[in-house]
Design a protein around this ligand. Sequence first.
Ligand code: SR1
Ligand code: MG
Length: 403
Amino acid sequence: MSTYHPLTENEAIEIARSLTSVLPNAETLHCREIGDGNLNLVFHITDPNSGRSLIMKQALPYAKVVGESWPLTLDRARIESESLIIEGKLAPELVPQVYKYDPELALTIMEDLSDHVIMRRGLIEGGRYPRFAEDISTFLAQTLFFTSDLGMNQQEKKLRVRDFINPELCKITEDLIFDDPYTVSANNSYDAAIEDEAEELRTDGELHLEVALLREKFLTQAQALLHGDLHTGSIFITPESTKVIDPEFAYFGPMGFDIGAVLANLLLNYASRDGWHASDSEAADYREYLITTIRDIWTQFEAKFLKLWDEHGIDRIASAAPGYKELYMKRLLQDTIGFAGAKMVRRIVGLAHVADIDRIEDAAVRERAQRTALAIGKSLIKLNRRAESIEQLIDAAVTASSA
Ligand code: SR1
Ligand code: MG
């Protein structure tokens, strides 16, 4: 059983039986494969007698969303389980507990979070999450600061960079975010109604320059250990709790890529609201909630990151050079805004879309949401190097949605 092969539900049950510390005295176990993501199998295993349960996530040797024609390394299961362990130490309570990692089977066995909902779905349904800004800003500040040269020994960091070289998963990002949307690519997919927008993306030189600069950062800047795919489908949530899952795209890259991913996915939801409310005023009210959340995330992240720097900074030069901190935070905001824009654009014209927009049934409302998301995305990409404040991101979103 231990040689790699995709597990059946019965095999998953047999493995679960050996985890007696999580499922003690289990007699009948139930198992369902519930993976609805782009890449992996996910087994949900429950013991109906005790009510205990766990999740088993198995990497497939190809990208499930495309098929066996797109081979993919199983090493991503190691990257994911090691990242979860690091994140769990830096941001306790904000990631699932890992019970076991099996390298042969590319299998991570972890805490079941099915009392939470996937945040993308929660937002589509109009849920409000009062803890989210506080939790995600803590997750970002803790994980990014303590894996950067500001917060960890710089020689140890280089060894960590080696452990998290993740070329195949990074290549997906490099293609899907920084290349395909701006060219004719077989990976792209979008509604015929927005062909004019796709054409504009292929010919806008100003946009191409900014995307090339963002791509250069993604390729070269090993600033901190990123989650690497921090969209709202990678977050489990309730009003009282936030759990970040799925860090298989983890690698050392520019911090703004993770922060931008969170903001981009809130903005994609923002662009979709007319598709999910009975009245304009309800949609406007929810958009206001999203904007407040975005503002709070950046403001709280910035305050927490600077506090960590003051209290735990290990880099004498970075702490002492006059003006360095201010410049560092300004560049981080600019990267956040640029990567947020790039992440929005790819979700409208590229390979993997978001349900927030794709599941809007009315074609005209869906088209409007797609155009709004592209307008916000493009304006953030063009704004990035000039940005001085999070209010400029907010203004760009409000302006694009009221145009
Ligand atoms: C082929 S994988 C497509 C997308 O799914 C993941 O969640 C990442 O966002 C990736 O770009
Ligand atoms: Mg994922």
